[in-house]
Design a binder for this molecule. Structure first.
Ligand SMILES: [Fe+2]
Ligand SMILES: [Fe+2]
Length: 316
């Protein structure tokens, strides 16, 4: 396995070198374990290519390696969320009905949901996936409201933003269990509890893992800085979008499974200013109405999490 590039250290300057080294050493264990589905990384790479360079047949071929993911993808594609009159019968048919980019992100969702063989979950997995999927959907909806160019990229960043929680469950299970316990007892944010008890948080471990994947830098920034977008050295609008979507999920009861006692003031959050500077549409957005719309989507998200965790065989 490759060691994490130097840039990761630059990304997390607040960490003591001994902690950085410990995280890198533990994260390196993940790459030697069969924990990530075969199609996950090739899919991430495909998503980073401009659409005109992606061939439908490449996507279909990739999915054919994992029939269960294909089946889950089709079940997700037929959910009310995508509003198709007729459920697609194959991945190719889904691409024709939904578009290639949408199908790619559905596939990514299924491969993330099914992958990451966490042996000891220290957080309820259904709660975790509802939060991640919820955040992905809020990212896309918010990005649509802002007329942002890349809703699918926002979705992907939302889906992966807390991947460090899985890293913590896999390689720091005892320490992370204690941090979770501390967070729910004190009703504080998870990252605050992690920082207090472990000296680092899921943003640091998530960024360390994402660096080893060689995915796009803006995605790594979102994973590394989603709790402090103003500290992100690059891609601040995307990171701020993930930050606000994460907050919106947490205040709408789609958090980490415990009550967080924190005052949330979206409009005065530094992330709001970052987004407002980038997108004029934010000045005219009705936040109250937007949060009502999200409440309606929460049932759909719960249903989708069931879909992703279910499984059936189907042809690609
Ligand atoms: Fe987080
Ligand atoms: Fe989160």
């Amino acid at each position: 396995m490759e060691t994490a590039p130097e840039s990761w250290q630059a990304m997390t300057p607040s960490l003591a070198p001994s902690i950085s080294a410990r995280i890198r050493e533990r994260v390196s264990q993940i790459e030697t374990l069969p924990t990530i589905p075969t199609i996950f990384l090739p899919l991430l790479n495909l998503l980073n290519l401009p659409l005109d360079q992606v061939k439908v047949d490449d996507v279909v071929k990739l999915v054919s390696y994992d029939n269960t993911i294909a089946a889950q993808c089709l079940r997700m594609a037929s959910s009310p969320l995508f509003g198709l009159a007729k459920a697609p019968e194959s991945i190719k048919a889904a691409v024709i009905s939904l578009g290639l980019r949408r199908v790619q992100t559905i596939l990514l969702t299924c491969s993330v949901g099914r992958g990451f063989a966490v042996k000891e979950w220290k957080i309820n997995p259904t709660v975790f996936w509802k939060h991640s999927l919820g955040c992905a959907m809020v990212c896309r909806r918010l990005s649509d409201k802002l007329a942002s160019a890349d809703g699918e990229k926002a979705y992907m960043a939302g889906l992966l933003h807390d991947i460090g929680i899985l890293v913590n469950c896999m390689v720091f299970p005892k320490e992370f269990a204690a941090a979770m316990e501390h967070a729910s007892r004190e009703q504080i944010t998870l990252e605050e509890a992690e920082l207090r008890s472990m000296g680092f948080c899921h943003c640091d471990t998530g960024a360390a893992l994402a660096q080893t994947w060689h995915i796009a830098d803006d995605m790594i920034q979102a994973i590394a800085h989603h709790h402090r977008p103003e500290h992100s050295p690059a891609a601040q609008p995307l990171v701020a979008l993930v930050h606000l979507s994460d907050l919106l999920c947490r205040v709408r009861n789609l958090g980490y499974g415990y009550y967080e006692r924190q005052r949330v003031d979206m409009v005065h959050d530094p992330a709001w200013e970052i987004l407002a500077n980038e997108y004029r549409a934010l000045h005219h957005m009705d936040l109250v109405r937007f949060t009502f719309e999200l409440d309606e989507a929460i049932d759909e998200i719960s249903g989708l999490v069931e879909t992703i965790f279910g499984g059936a065989s189907v042809a690609v």
